[in-house]
Design a protein around this ligand. Sequence first.
Ligand SMILES: C[S@@+](CC[C@H](N)C(=O)[O-])C[C@H]1O[C@@H](n2cnc3c(N)ncnc32)[C@H](O)[C@@H]1O
Length: 383
Amino acid sequence: MEIHEKFTEWAVEKGVKINGIRPHRFEGRGLGIIAGRDFKAGETLLTVPLTALRTVYTVSKSLTRSLPKTTTVHCLLATDLLLDTSSTRAPWHAVLPSPSDFKTSMPLLWDPALQSLLPTTAHKLLLNQQRKLKLDWAAVSAAFPNIKYEDYVYRWLLINTRTFYFLSPLPAHQKLHPKNRDDCMAQSPFSDYFNHTSSPSACNVSFSSSGYTITTPARIKKGEEVYISYGNHSNDFLLTEYGFILPETGGGNQWDEIPLDAFILPLFSAKQKERLEERRFLGKYNLDRKEVCYRTQVALRMLVLPMRKWERFVDGLEDMEDEQGAVNRVLGKVLKSLKREVKGKMEELEGLKEDVGMKCQRDMLRRRWMQIEALIQAALDRI
Ligand SMILES: C[S@@+](CC[C@H](N)C(=O)[O-])C[C@H]1O[C@@H](n2cnc3c(N)ncnc32)[C@H](O)[C@@H]1O
């Protein structure tokens, strides 16, 4: 833990205030934060001043000028991180995960045969990630032909997995605020040790002109891991963007959900789709841990109600309960088709040769498919 002690000293020098917490290695989660004492609800665990952050405003002008004006903040921060060989932030760089940590966990670096077996949402996010990386790499490789792709991707993933939402509160920066939400990012030392939970016990991260403040909403006992929330994300999102999924044990992921569009949309005629679109109920049908979403309930009613009655229902003039039995029968068919698809994907995964990807990658994918199967089965058992 010596590098972590050195980094902690470095962070304190930069004005980071660490109150009773320290980095600790947790099985399966890499580094995280452990409570060094008992905490009461409302206590502040960490403050990071603006001056300690790495942001688009700390990137040197010479680097910014070398890249096109349209370059993303993600790309600027990744390139800056790669080119920064000074000793200024060396203690911070020393505690970052290694390229091999990403190789095992991030689907972006997996074998294409495994990538093609990612669940729908995770796969869509991967395609989007690949598109963004391709554009960023085109800009960087043109400006710095000596940079190696692997070295760049490593930094790109560091930025992808370790930044916080950031909009500079400094008036001088405000006219330059990024237009794209994806560009509102900053690296914050020490805060980037916190692992994610979907539980309400996650610490609150607030941001103001004095920087980031991390506060606990609940009591924490000495020796417990302390978490923040990266957002209300499903496990498919966490898998592609952060390289992990929350397990079922310990409460699981309360925000987990799976899309149903591929199985529901084909049930409608072109005319029905038009009407759903007009009433803003076309697509984005999901199943979460408790139920199918309201959009699904509304859309499926179109298949069991005369159009007029459906319109009255959408206008709030008809009761939801009356047709629930008929809706559940359609939903049951949808869920059974989805379950068959999941089974097929799991069989494909089992049929892959042992040398396709790494065992830990295949295990992670299998665990995700099993979670999806369990979500579907729980929904079938409810109806
Ligand atoms: C901001 S960093 C947190 C610190 C990181 N664990 C480390 O070793 O430096 C985010 C990364 O931590 C890991 N992580 C965060 N929360 C996790 C969790 N609940 N379970 C497993 N891994 C987690 C993922 O690899 C994620 O990309």
